[in-house]
Design a protein around this ligand. Sequence first.
Ligand code: SF4
Length: 299
Amino acid sequence: MKLYAPNYYKKFKCIADKCDHSCCVGWEIDVDPEALEKYKSAKGAYGSAVLDSIVMDETPHFKLESHERCPHLNENGLCKIILELGEDYLCGICREHPRFYNYTSVAEVGIGMSCTEAARIILSSPDYAELECIGESNIEPDCIDFDGRAVRHEIYRVLTDKTRNYSERLTEICQRYSINIGEDSIWLNAIDSLEYLDESHRRLFMKYSSGHLDTENNEYRERFLAYFIYRHVTEAFDIDDLRSRLSFCLFCERLFTSLITSENAKSLNEIAVLARIISEEIEYSDDNTVALTELAEAQ
Ligand code: SF4
């Protein structure tokens, strides 16, 4: 089936050694069966070094070094697997990151905000609603009764309507889909009970407040919300599911707004770092995403 991507997708290129928050630090990296076979047959000293670096658990993964660095990340921030064996030897996660896919009647790909470079590109791209066909996917299309892409198209039509201010557009989206974000105290309890990669982010997120009404950065807020909708709403299986997913996205947008205000973030870079923190702590944790989506559903 056809594979589509937002126009900004092709702008992404990993900035590797220039990255100030490498995805090769802090995450456990699983090794898929295909990559494992390649490592077993890789020749030379580095082939053996790669095999030695894998914990052969139920899900094989690289043994992280101090400060949770991938053992193949060199002192210059470059990947030794690429340098010594070539890009073909990357495992699936490393080759694909930070890409994600939606599968409905078509396949869609995007870049995830847990990468600050991706966040900078997404937040600087006003044409998020425009998708282009970039090839074919070998996944079979889903037979779906509910068309989340069509609803997303409607939400984007409201979100991009520049005849009204941003706050009016948000109000219309909430009214159309009967969404009530709920009391701050409920969300603060939930924020406090989430799991965190970095404990300082719990304190940061506890600054959440619906009273933070930043208006200077509406374009960044709009693009942040559009990204969350693209990633989380498209695969909804019915209208109730769509409402819960959309409420989750609107909560994340409020959290983003709260952090921009509380941290007095001004530059694209400062704002992209906040987007990256929300992405890695919330949407890259299945448990946190489920907990917040269930809470959104209950409002
Ligand atoms: S976080 Fe993004 S830019 Fe940085 S190393 Fe990973 S993919 Fe590359």
